[in-house]
Write a protein that binds this ligand. Structure first.
Ligand SMILES: [Zn+2]
Length: 294
């Protein structure tokens, strides 16, 4: 589908067939599913399917409250992480590339990434996506069913996204599908063998004892039953043709409850501990780079 409205090529997220545009509705030439365009944002998922998946529905709705999202993103720990992540992204020296940021929310990186590149931002939540004002394409999409043709992007970035997916393996396969042959991927995710494991098990216990709603209020936002990155699936999908490099950062993080929102010594302590190999290796965040083997 190409029209005056988009410079972006979209396909049906379920069968990757051509779409026909008629009066702000895109219709799949094969399965006949319809995708409406809201303002300038195509809504590229099947709402009926999403309604059947409780967790995805939660992911869609949890950030509808913009102020709780902004409170969450402004926590001292996340702000420090943002800087570190942006620096890692800038190290790729991207120029004239087709870049995709998946699960971008209100993107922390779009301003820089869109300066010299064509940037596409996706998120499952339209409310958040609409807040992005940069010069880039916005598409509401489910990371497990991307509405892009095979080999569309030179660079894909996902920050704290994969562990939210109910079917990570599907999302990981989609990354490989839409990546160009010489493309690269940057992923930032919480790691399992770190302080996160304590939080994860604690969260499971609290959900069991007090219910999801209680945990959601305590944590501030995010689905309470998210998992960890599926590293085995990542290796299975990419390790034959790609090198996977892992860099761990942020050895400690505060319990993700509102009480700790503005404590700023943690980022400083992290910086110090990252210099010590033992602590670096139990970093709570992994920055993963996937690059083609030369
Ligand atoms: Zn279709």
């Amino acid at each position: 589908m190409n029209s005056e409205k988009f410079s972006l090529k979209l396909v049906c997220p379920f069968d990757h067939s051509e779409l026909n545009l008629h009066e702000d509705v895109l219709t799949c030439s094969k399965c006949q599913r319809e995708y409406k365009i809201s303002g300038r944002i195509p809504i590229m998922f099947d709402l009926n399917l999403l309604q059947e998946e409780e967790r995805k529905k939660e992911e869609m709705e949890i950030f509808d409250n913009l102020s709780s999202y902004k409170d969450f993103m402004n926590r001292a720990y996340l702000k420090a992480l943002k800087e570190d992540t942006l620096n890692s992204l800038l190290n790729f020296n991207l120029q004239d590339k087709d870049i995709l940021e998946i699960g971008a929310g209100i993107s922390l990186f779009a301003e820089k990434l869109s300066e010299k590149n064509h940037l596409v931002l996706t998120d499952i939540n339209e409310t958040l996506l609409k807040q992005n004002l940069q010069n880039c394409d916005l598409v509401v999409a489910d990371a497990e069913n991307l509405p892009f043709p095979d080999k569309s992007f030179d660079f894909i970035c996902l920050v704290g996204v994969l562990h939210h997916l109910p079917h990570q393996a599907k999302g990981i396969k989609e990354l490989k599908r839409v990546l160009k042959e010489n493309g690269k991927i940057f992923i930032s995710e919480p790691t399992r063998w770190s302080v996160n494991l304590i939080y994860y098990l604690g969260r499971k216990l609290f959900i069991l004892l007090f219910g999801k709603e209680f945990v959601r209020k305590l944590v501030g936002c995010g689905t309470p039953d998210e998992a960890f990155l599926d590293t085995a699936e990542l290796k299975k999908t990419f390790s034959v043709e790609f090198n996977i490099k892992v860099r761990k950062i942020s050895p400690i993080r505060l319990l993700p409850v509102k009480f700790f929102d503005n404590i700023s010594f943690v980022p400083k302590l992290n910086r110090f501990l990252e210099k010590l190999p033992l602590f670096r290796n139990i970093g709570a965040i992994a920055q993963i780079t996937i690059e083609p083997k030369k």
